[in-house]
Write a new protein. Sequence first.
Length: 162
Amino acid sequence: MLNHIVIMGRLARDPELRHTQNGTPVATFRLAVDRDFKDKNTGERATDWIDVVAWRGTGEFVSRYFSKGRMAVVEGRLQMREWTDKENNRRVTAEVVADNVYFGDSKRDGDGGGSYGDRGGSYGGGSYNNRPAAPSAPADYGIPSGGDQFSDLADDDGDLPF
């Protein structure tokens, strides 16, 4: 079975960090993700509002370094969750459970490029389109400090095969 999703969008509001009864950190946030095509009548792109849940270190990372308007790339899985509302009606919610979260904007637009994930995440990523040099990692995550992990090609003719 395969359940893997990658989305990129801007945070609709600041992430909300809570803790379970056992003390496990969990952050929730919503991404505004533009569709790849424009509406025939209006010429504008529709936006999907996607709920994301990030657990443990990933949730703490998101709550510490992301805020409303910041571009994020989320890698994870789609999950359907059932719940009951105040009127005792059964509801179903689709959400992305994040394995890794990356900065999706450039160093100029925010604090720099990086990522952190529960499954061996790394610090130093940037967006898929523009990979800036990584800042040093926060000391409390125990991740080795970065340096320039990515550099421009000296003779880039723009004709890469991917």
